[in-house]
Design a protein. Structure first.
Ligand code: GLU
Ligand code: MG
Length: 453
């Protein structure tokens, strides 16, 4: 849709409000609710925001002094091609915004512009990247004020899905109405964790469909009396919620560039695919910081939990950082395509940042013709001895957010990909968040210290 078409359909659909939204470095959606009559202004000139909006921590502190309240504005300009009606709110539309400076040039803090730059560079150097976001989320209730899982059942069984039928029906209907294709849903753990796969696509579109999916999931769960959460590890006893990112690469004619059935390593990966994969491994620490950016993320990334604690890759192995997705041979109806599944991220990330990091890391791997080293095929990384891990190159990934941020800070490729403003703002906001864990006194401390010392 172009601007005129957006205005015409908003009028025809009797839209009352339009949400104009962008995502800040720590993955919080920010924006403004416009009366329909003011939509032309958002589409043309944009709506101004203090630059501080993109430099705020989860405790709402402004974390970058140069982006303080004295530092002026950027303008959020609605992208008409992203217009949808939000089916779960009355008479309300939604658009994503590009952030521009006073002269209308991309503002250096615009995540969409940074992702477009990455995609354009990838298109020149490699081909067209596709991304598929496979998000797991948990349905949670409160009991005496404490969060508690909503179900007790079995994973991959239908009882939980049947019990949540009204929620799932609503969710699928809402996604379809927003032009998002839901493919399949499953109960991922025995406590009410649900995974819903939506179709892969071009990076920017895939990121924004994923964003809309998350908001719909949270909103509709609330309407059904539950908390729908993408917190990575809400309960110690239960498997956490991952955001598995499926990465593909094609040429302009649509041919898959990762697939090579004659690859003698058995991975069915082209040389390009191997280098891209090696780039992901080489930047694993930085990818962890950007894709698993919360204190809680590191309570999910533990050995023996179906989520990766070590660097490394393999075919048919869900304990590794990157899974080379297995396929049936072409003769058995298998696809003639290969995908890489990055298994570390979670739903607390800024998905634009995750996409930027993955593409930049892959490009770097190809540029430097990196080798991914031996595969961990057949090994559950949780079961390997230290000596075997050493031999196979299965190093521990950063164990805490603190460690991951330190690795990210030294990663020049990812710094360059995000640009200094977004990179600096992300680091500062995350360090502010970490600081709060060092100062706020937790239940755990009372258990350890209050009555024993
Ligand atoms: N829930 C697991 C995770 O935290 C993943 C399970 C699966 O392989 O889908 O990543
Ligand atoms: Mg899953």
């Amino acid at each position: 849709m172009n601007r005129e078409q957006v205005l015409a359909s908003a009028e025809q659909q009797e839209i009352a409000f339009a949400q104009l939204e962008f995502v800040d470095p720590v993955g919080i959606g920010r924006g403004v609710l416009l009366a329909r009559e003011h939509l032309p202004q958002a589409l043309n000139r944009g709506i101004n925001f203090s630059v501080s909006t993109m430099a705020v921590s989860l405790d709402s502190h402004i974390v970058v002094p140069e982006l303080g309240v004295q530092a002026g504005d950027f303008w959020a300009v609605a992208d008409p091609s992203t217009y949808v009606v939000l089916p779960y709110l009355e008479r309300t539309a939604h658009l994503f915004a590009d952030l521009v400076d006073a002269d209308g040039r991309p503002w250096p803090g615009c995540p969409r512009a940074a992702l477009r730059r990455q995609c354009a560079a990838a298109a020149q150097e490699l081909g067209r990247v596709t991304l598929g976001f496979e998000q797991e989320g948990a349905l949670v209730k409160r009991e005496n004020g404490r969060p508690r899982w909503a179900h007790e059942g079995h994973f991959f069984n239908f009882d939980i899905l049947n019990a949540e039928h009204p929620f799932l029906l609503d969710l699928v209907g809402v996604l379809r109405a927003m032009g998002i294709e839901p493919e399949k849903a499953r109960a991922e753990n025995q406590f009410g964790q649900i995974e819903l796969n939506i179709r892969y696509g071009e990076p920017l579109a895939a990121v924004e469909q994923h964003w809309r999916f998350k908001q719909a999931f949270r909103h509709l769960a609330r309407r059904h009396g539950l908390i729908g959460t993408f917190m990575p590890k809400p309960f110690m006893e239960a498997q956490g919620s991952g955001l598995h990112l499926h990465i593909g690469l094609r040429d302009s004619a649509g041919h898959d560039l990762f697939f090579d059935p004659d690859d003698d390593s058995g991975l069915e990966l082209s040389a390009l695919g191997r280098h891209f994969l090696a780039g992901l491994l080489a930047h694993s620490g930085g990818i962890l910081a950007l894709g698993s950016p919360s204190v809680n993320s590191y309570k999910r990334l533990l050995p023996g939990t179906w989520s990766p604690a070590h660097s490394g890759y393999a075919v048919g192995n869900r304990s590794v950082f990157v899974r080379v997705v297995e396929s049936r041979p072409a003769a058995a109806g298998g696809p003639s395509a290969k995908r890489l599944e990055l298994r570390s991220p979670d739903g607390t990330c800024n998905p634009y940042f995750l996409a930027i990091a993955v593409i930049a890391a892959g490009r770097d791997g190809v540029r430097r013709a990196l080798d991914p080293g031996p595969a961990l095929t057949g090994h559950d990384t949780a079961e390997l001895s230290a000596a075997e891990r050493e031999r196979l190159g299965a190093r521990f990934l950063p164990r805490t957010l603190d460690q991951a941020l330190a690795v990210l800070e030294a990663d020049e490729v990812l710094r360059e990909a995000l640009g200094p403003l977004l990179f600096g703002s992300f680091l500062a906001a995350k360090r502010d968040e970490l600081e709060s864990y060092h100062t706020v006194i937790s239940e755990r401390e009372y258990a350890h210290y209050l009555e024993h010392f």
